[in-house]
Design a protein. Structure first.
Length: 313
């Protein structure tokens, strides 16, 4: 089973407007409400790809109930821990269509406080994971939780055969490498920041991705936005893939979709080549749509990508 953890999930209120103006009333062209949070995004795209997963985390209030119900409607199993106070946050995402180019704005809520006994319940859930299970840890850790939560979780699961994917920012990622995550996905800018260098070539990216492997990561996928992605896998393979052509209309969830596609591709085929293809297709399909991509959109991207994957020796 694949498990995702979202410490601070949300309801995402996504609106599109035309010619956004400051200090004025702006009318929406469209509006939608989605179950949000990086782990939840991964779970939804996995479901869209026909993969069963169970979404874990914390929920609070009526917004939390609505968030969990939405995930179930998307086909995800859920087992969120109910908090006694507060409410699951609401995030506002604005996609503005301008003549000079699209603009995006985000206002993200803080989220509820998480009591120590609720953290213990999450640990109890995770303690049941075992050999061949997959755990996805993604996103930031809210200030209501210890900042070493990822480390605590991975230490508890160390040696149990659980494959752990981590998609987190610089410090969170570096601190968990000692527990040998199965898969990590920094972008090229984050990779450079980790080592205090400005990465200007594919060769440099490969060099520093391999350093992350030396520090403990098994597979390192470096996303590079319009320049594609580079995968350095545990078998010594290095591959670059170019992105399909399209207009980016939504950056929210694209990285999460890439994580979901990579895991789905690998778990169904055992091939890192297919994992890279499906991960890139899923990430690109989401970037080219107003929200998380469905199976049909991802399949369209796969048709383009089939001839673009490049081996790098």
């Amino acid at each position: 089973m694949i498990y995702t953890v979202t410490f601070n999930p949300s309801l995402d209120y996504v609106v599109q407007v035309k010619d956004f103006k400051d200090d004025a009333v702006n009318r929406t062209l469209s509006e939608h409400v989605f179950a949000g949070g990086k782990g939840n995004n991964v779970a939804v795209v996995l479901s869209n790809l026909g993969m069963q997963s169970r979404a874990l985390g914390f929920r609070a209030g009526f917004t939390g109930i609505a968030m969990e119900q939405m995930l179930r409607e998307y086909g995800c199993e859920t087992d969120f821990i109910a908090l006694d106070e507060g409410m699951t946050r609401i995030n506002v995402k604005v996609n503005a269509h301008q003549e000079a180019g699209n603009r995006e704005f985000e206002i993200n809520g803080q989220g509820p406080k998480i009591a120590q006994d609720k953290i213990g319940k999450l640990f109890a859930q995770l303690d049941t994971l075992g050999n061949e299970d997959v755990l996805v840890l993604s996103g930031s850790i809210p200030n209501t939780l210890p900042d070493d939560m990822y480390e605590q979780i991975m230490k508890r699961l160390d040696g149990k055969g659980v494959r752990i994917a981590v998609d987190a920012t610089q410090d969170l990622l570096l601190r968990v490498l000692k527990y040998h995550p199965f898969f990590i996905k920094p972008n090229n800018h984050e990779l450079g920041e980790m080592f205090g260098v400005n990465l200007e070539s594919d060769a440099q990216i490969v060099t520093y991705a391999k350093k992350l492997q030396e520090m403990g990561a098994e597979n390192v996928l470096v996303s590079m936005a319009g320049d594609g992605a580079i995968l350095v896998d545990e078998q010594g393979g290095v591959r670059k893939i170019l992105p399909p052509k399209g207009s980016v209309v939504n950056s929210v969830g694209a990285g999460d979709s890439m994580v979901a596609g990579f895991l789905a591709g690998y778990l169904t085929s055992g091939s890192y080549e297919k994992a890279l293809l499906l991960g890139t297709a899923a990430g690109s399909a989401t970037a080219f749509t107003s929200w998380l991509a469905g199976r049909a959109q991802i399949d369209e991207m796969l048709k383009e990508l089939g001839v673009q994957e490049q081996g790098m020796g």
